[in-house]
Design a protein around this ligand. Structure first.
Ligand SMILES: *Cc1c(COP(=O)(O)O)cnc(C)c1O
Length: 387
């Protein structure tokens, strides 16, 4: 193994997820793959070419640096959209025909100015404020934007109009999301009437795409689901209740986690009863014990909150994390699996034989979201594609 651990990315699981999602949204809706946060921890250099191979041709990132990474790793001219921060890279963005969200008038003015300077049209998505109160043009700003756009139509192409929902993954936000949808439709319609042409409207993330079909419009921005994770337990339950033909067990779960994180046993330590193990006094042996030392720690994304709580899989069995998670190592209690040897595979996330450690189990213990667990997987861990 090159390095102390490896992330395997499954091509067949990705194909399956994409098939499910494209089937869900239908042929007429564009699929935009959200790959911010190093492709949710899956790694730009591995994920971008793989996704392209599986048919994805449109990516969304958060900032200009991520856009540069995607361009470095793409294998064809997939389209690219920045949903957030451009910083001082507007020249680069426009020059490379990358489209971007425009969420305030200042950015729109800069876009016009830069497009004129470079003699290249800026490709923008007008982001509308519909109730999240984070980024976006409110009605007054939108009216101002319409004036600017009308007099600069050769410099600015409105590729899309978009908004973002304030928590579609939770049913408790139902009314707020409905209100946002309504406002979004009204403001899109107002823009048309004001003579502003645009190609697509997009608002739905994974959760909205799954539970609110009316939110699909012309494009959806799918992040977490393509990697095989449900945005929340609620969304998963909703899906299974709606599709009663599919009973809620993991064998017919339409989403497959595409990632598997594995390491190996670096050393074995035998310890007498009544001894403390590792840093401090948090773990005391009560019997003659055997521990496997695994060269993965919080610097790689194995959360410190899993100290004395988490599990790993060795030889198809769950072995509890013993003691404190170190920066680069953990110890797992393998007293009950005596056959464990140096060099044996250790699975931190994913399946081994018939056992599985899900990112969900990880996040339940740490009270971190799936999303957080994933993006903390260190970029330095090698990623490889497996069938
Ligand atoms: C992250 C993000 C998405 C994707 O969300 P998922 O829940 O991962 O599908 C969509 N739109 C915007 C603006 C985002 O920031």
């Amino acid at each position: 193994m090159n390095g102390t651990s490896i992330l395997e990315i499954s091509e067949s699981a990705l194909r399956r997820n994409l098939r499910f999602l494209k089937n869900l949204i239908g042929q007429d809706v564009k699929f935009c793959s959200v790959v911010k946060g190093n492709a949710y921890g899956h790694g730009f250099s591995t994920y971008i070419p793989l996704a392209e191979k599986c048919g994805v041709d449109f990516f969304a990132v958060y900032n200009a640096e991520e856009a540069q990474q995607v361009i470095r790793h793409r294998t064809r001219r997939s389209d690219l959209m920045i949903m957030g921060c451009i910083g001082d890279k507007l020249d680069w963005v426009i020059d490379n025909h990358v489209s971007f969200h425009v969420f305030d008038i200042n950015l729109l003015e800069q876009a016009v100015e830069t497009a004129v300077k470079l003699n290249t049209p800026a490709r923008i998505h007008l982001e509308l404020e519909t109730g999240m109160n984070r980024l976006g043009l409110n009605k007054t700003a939108l009216e101002e934007a319409a004036v600017i756009l009308r007099s600069n139509s050769s410099h600015v192409i409105v590729e899309g109009v978009c908004t973002h929902y304030a928590g579609a993954e939770s049913v408790q936000n139902y009314l707020r999301i409905q209100q946002q949808m309504q406002t979004f439709r009204e403001h899109c319609e107002w823009l048309r009437q004001a003579g502003i042409e645009y190609k697509v409207r997009h608002a739905a993330s994974s959760a909205a795409a799954i539970i609110y079909p009316e939110s699909h419009m012309e494009m959806v921005r799918i992040g977490i689901a393509q990697y095989g994770f449900w945005p929340s337990e609620e969304i998963r339950m909703y899906y299974f209740l709606k599709h009663t033909d599919a009973s809620a067990n993991h064998r017919n779960d339409p989403l497959r986690r595409i990632l598997r994180w594995k390491s190996y046993v670096m050393s074995i330590k035998e310890v007498e009863p009544g001894e403390f193990v590792g840093y401090g006094t948090s773990y005391l042996t009560t019997r003659r014990s055997r521990f496997a030392v695994v060269p993965v720690g919080y610097s790689h994304g194995f959360n410190r909150n899993l100290s004395n709580k988490g599990h790993v899989l060795i030889n198809g069995r769950r072995a509890p994390v013993a003691g404190i998670v170190n920066m680069s190592m953990i110890m797992a209690d393998v007293t009950d699996c005596p056959s464990v040897q140096v060099g044996d595979e250790v699975v931190l996330i994913g399946k081994q034989k018939r056992m599985e450690i899900s990112v969900g189990a990880f996040s339940d213990l740490t009270r971190f979201l799936n999303y957080e667990v994933l993006v903390r997987l260190a970029p330095a861990i090698p990623r490889i594609v497996v069938p």
